[in-house]
Design a binder for this molecule. Structure first.
Ligand SMILES: Nc1ncnc2c1ncn2[C@@H]1O[C@H](COP(=O)(O)OP(=O)(O)OP(=O)(O)O)[C@@H](O)[C@H]1O
Ligand SMILES: [Mg+2]
Length: 334
């Protein structure tokens, strides 16, 4: 049984239409015209217990709207969500007991009181047994290093500290689902890495199911085997990250260092190489790995030069996603 079932989920927002200029502003004072925004459009998916799913897409694609409906703070326009058999917005409290959520853009903690008091309030709200609470504070506090700012009001925390406090708060009641909406936004590389490690360890140790939205493809690469891509409200890809890479990450780069000698560019293009960049004795070849085999390319170079060193690089995940987004844009135009 999947832990989360989403079936034909749709969310529309009504937004006040604003017309440009003074005349427009005056007009909208008298007649309020609304426009409909289709933020989530007929989305269906299942999530199995213990999965870590990356939910990605451009700005405004509908990621946060989906998360808010899963959490139960937003009511779907149509379609059905069940989390462990319950409809989140109809069973908000029941649902909240079993899930944790972090919105990277906005803290869930109380702004003016120390972190420790916020966590204590959570303890009462969720009726967390004292023993479990203390164990979790000790464990998370340690891994997330909360001690240095546990007595500081949230408003005085740096973004990275605040995010750690939020993540700790989301996990205090041992939820079995964790929703993370941009948990690494604005953090430095060290802080990002730390949060990724933490999420990974929670998933491994407790089997917590994780759904994560992000614009940082390293988050996806480090944490998720499955990704769902949403574009203008619709899911356009749902599958293994590896397969996505195979489909859109067909570009390979081979860097070769030679001991002199020279290669004729024309011969290279005949082999199917798309681009050659030569810097002294160093060649950088770019090609489609479905058309060119790196070992036959090396073989070819060896016929003309001595090779001192070489390195083959696959397309970066950023590149894979960039291509996917581009192909979606082409698709829409075509
Ligand atoms: N409360 C709201 N009222 C009206 N429109 C909204 C509201 N919230 C979101 N939208 C619109 O719905 C669409 C989807 O927004 P959403 O926040 O779900 O996107 P997102 O994928 O999370 O984007 P981002 O990557 O920028 O966080 C956007 O066009 C947005 O402007
Ligand atoms: Mg968002």
């Amino acid at each position: 049984m999947p832990i989360i079932v989403v079936d034909k989920l749709t969310k529309e927002y009504q937004r006040l239409k604003r017309t440009a200029g003074l005349a427009g502003s005056i007009r909208s004072l008298f007649s309020r015209e609304y426009e409909t925004i289709l933020a989530v459009n007929d989305v269906s998916f299942h999530v199995e217990e213990g999965e870590v799913v990356g939910y990605i897409g451009a700005n405004g694609a509908g990621k946060s709207s989906t998360i808010k409906m899963l959490v139960g703070i937003l009511v779907p326009t149509s379609g059905l969500i069940t989390v462990r058999g319950l409809v989140p917005h109809e069973n908000r409290i029941e649902n909240a007991k079993k899930m944790g959520v972090v919105f990277g853009q906005r803290t869930q903690l109380w702004w003016d009181i120390p972190v420790s008091e916020s966590l204590n309030l959570m303890r009462h709200m969720f009726k967390i047994p004292e023993k479990r609470f203390n164990e979790n504070i000790a464990l998370f506090g340690n891994i997330l290093d909360l001690r240095e700012f546990i007595d500081t009001p949230v408003r005085q925390l740096s973004l990275g500290q605040r995010m750690r406090a939020d993540i700790c708060a989301a996990l205090l009641h041992n939820p079995d689902i964790l929703y993370l909406d941009e948990p690494t936004i604005g953090l430095d590389v060290v802080a990002k890495e730390r949060i990724r490690e933490f999420i990974k360890s929670v998933n491994r140790a407790r089997g917590t199911t994780v759904i994560l939205t992000t614009h940082d493809m390293s988050d996806i690469e480090k944490l998720c085997s499955r990704v769902m891509v949403i574009d203008k409200g619709s899911i356009v890809y749902d599958g293994q990250l590896q397969q996505l890479k195979e489909k859109y990450g067909t570009e390979e780069t081979l860097t070769i260092e030679t001991d002199g000698g020279s290669i004729n560019d024309k011969d290279l293009y005949k082999l199917g190489i798309q681009d050659v960049n030569r810097q002294g004795n160093r060649y950088i070849f770019r090609y489609d790995k479905r058309k060119v085999n790196s070992s036959s390319l090396i073989q070819f170079v060896l016929e003309h030069c001595q090779i001192r060193d070489f390195d083959v690089q696959q397309a970066e995940i950023e590149e894979v996603i960039r291509r996917l987004y581009l192909s979606m844009a082409d698709h829409r135009q075509g």
